[in-house]
Design a protein around this ligand. Sequence first.
Ligand code: SIN
Ligand code: FE2
Length: 225
Amino acid sequence: MQRKGTTPVTLDLFADETPQPAIDEQIGPQSFVFRGFALPFVEQLLPALEAILTQAPFRNMVTPGGYTMSVALSSCGEFGWTTDSQGYKYTRTDPQTGQSWPEMPEVFLALARAAAEAAGFADFIPDACLINRYIPGAKMSLHQDKDERGYQWPVVSVSLGIPAMFLFGGHARSDATRRVPLFHGDVVVWGGEDRLRYHGVMPIKQAEHPQLGEQRINFTFRKAR
Ligand code: SIN
Ligand code: FE2
C-alpha cells in the first residue's frame, strides 16, 4: 500500500503554524502511525470535545463479563458504542440520557478523513467516533474492533494528552504484539488486511500534559453501519 503523501494536511486556519517533523511509521501492510498529524486540529478539537461531553458525559461501562472498564467512554456521530450485560453494540441513542449521540463535529470528520486518505483510504466518512479517557493506571486489554459492519473502512485513532504504549498484534490474540508509543497529536490508521488485528493499551503511566492534565483522550473513528 502506497502512502498518498507524507505531509500532514493542515487547515488553512492554521497555515501559519510550523509543521511538525513527521517521522511516520508503517506498522502493518495497511497500518500507519502518523506522528503529530492531529496537532494542527487540536485548537478546534478541544472545544468541540467539551461540547460533546456536556451532552454525553464520560462513563465507566460494564462489560458483558461484569468487568467495569478502567477507561471512561463517550461517543459522537450517528452511532455510539456501548456495552452492558447483554453485550457490545452500536446504538443511535445514548442509553444514559435517552438522547441521540452528539453530532460529529466538522473538525473531527476533517481529521479522520485526512488521516484515512494519508493511509490510502480515500473518502472515509465515519459514522461513529468513540471517545476514550484514560487516567493513570487505566488500560485497554487486547481486542479486535469487530462490532462494525463496514470492515472495508479503516479505524482512525487519535491520541491526545499524556502518552500511552499502544500494543498492535496480529489476527490471533496469542500473536506477538508490537509496542508503539503514542503521544499527543499522533494518529494511527489500520485498515484493509489489518482491519481486524488485535490491539490494546498498556496501563497508562503517571504524567501531566500542559493542555489536558493527567489524562489521555483517544478518539477512534469507524464506519459502524
Ligand atoms: C481502542 O482500541 O478503542 C482505543 C485505542 C487507544 O486508546 O489508543
Ligand atoms: Fe479498539
